[in-house]
Design a binder for this molecule. Structure first.
Ligand code: ATP
Length: 275
């Protein structure tokens, strides 16, 4: 398990470029990030802001065009293809934005779990695999292949498979996007369980349910990390006669132009940046 003092992954000045008809798109522009075991990190921001790109770089599916990524202190760029392949297979769980992209089309749900365990070198028999499916309420489709599952079932299966054996790094792109509240709660509980077993969990998300479940929220804008916030820090403040309140200093970078959308939900108030 990675402790708080030693990040599992450290990205410095990460840059990613993609070719586009109008010239290169800078999908990541100088991103610094440290990812630690035992925590859920949520990466959020508008569509096209670079969330998926960051996840692909952190999961070592893409090499950054610039900057450096270290894994347990070691430069990822210095790993051989074989080392990288073995690291990805054994230590990194990946849930693609389209869940079928991280599933084996020819295997049924039970087979997905067993195959992932085999690749990862984790002991797993049929009973253990069925227990993994039960965590996301998929026991009844144990013999179904991805093509016949609903979008939400595919998504839950992709998360369950990626989470087999609590990999050191578990990266999931929009893991709750297709899910109703009950299913989202199962997935978020599973992610929390793996974090408590030591996994560093990183999700890209627009989903308030996933953001609320995270320990740290990173906010992205135009490929730049515009702020981060640790959960669980309560601040007591007063509201004046006109309804004004003072935000804590660390909340201010979340509202660079000082415009805020205020929503009253279920007896509490949410503040978010006006887009
Ligand atoms: N393979 C690619 N080729 C070319 N451009 C790409 C590629 N992948 C991403 N981009 C561009 O890079 C930028 C960041 O995209 P990315 O998918 O990382 O954003 P995102 O925040 O995950 O968006 P969404 O919330 O819509 O999934 C966008 O401008 C996108 O068009």
């Amino acid at each position: 398990m990675t402790t708080d003092s030693a990040p599992l992954l450290e990205g410095r000045d990460l840059l990613q470029l993609y070719a586009a008809p109008t010239g290169p798109t800078q999908a990541l522009r100088g991103v610094d990030i440290a990812v630690r075991g035992g925590r859920i990190s949520a990466v959020t921001g508008p569509s096209g802001s670079g969330k998926s790109t960051l996840l692909a770089v952190l999961a070592m599916r893409e090499r950054p065009a610039g900057g450096e990524l270290r894994h347990r202190g070691r430069l990822v760029a210095g790993l051989s293809r074989r080392q990288l392949q073995s690291l990805r297979r054994r230590e990194i769980g990946w849930v693609a934005q389209r869940p079928t992209h991280s599933l084996f089309p020819q295997l049924d749900a039970l087979g997905q779990i067993l195959e992932m365990a085999r690749l990862r070198g984790v002991p797993c028999d049929d009973n253990a695999a069925r227990a993994s499916l039960a965590e996301v309420d998929l026991e009844e489709v144990a013999r179904a292949k991805p093509a016949v599952l609903s979008g939400g079932e595919q998504q839950r299966l992709a998360v369950a498979a990626a989470a087999v054996g609590a990999p050191a790094l578990l990266v999931a792109d929009e893991p709750t996007a297709e899910l109703d509240d009950d299913s989202a709660a199962l997935v978020l509980r599973l992610l929390r369980d793996r974090a408590s077993q030591g996994s560093a969990v990183v999700v890209a998300t627009h989903d308030a349910r996933a953001i609320a479940a995270a320990d740290t929220v990173y906010r992205f804008r135009h490929g730049v990390l515009s702020g981060s916030q640790d959960a669980g820090r309560d601040h007591t403040t007063t509201i004046d006669g006109q309804g004004r309140l003072q935000l804590p200093p660390e909340a201010l970078p979340l509202f660079p132009d000082r415009r805020v959308v205020v929503t009253v939900v279920d007896g509490h108030v949410e503040l978010r940046r006006a887009e």
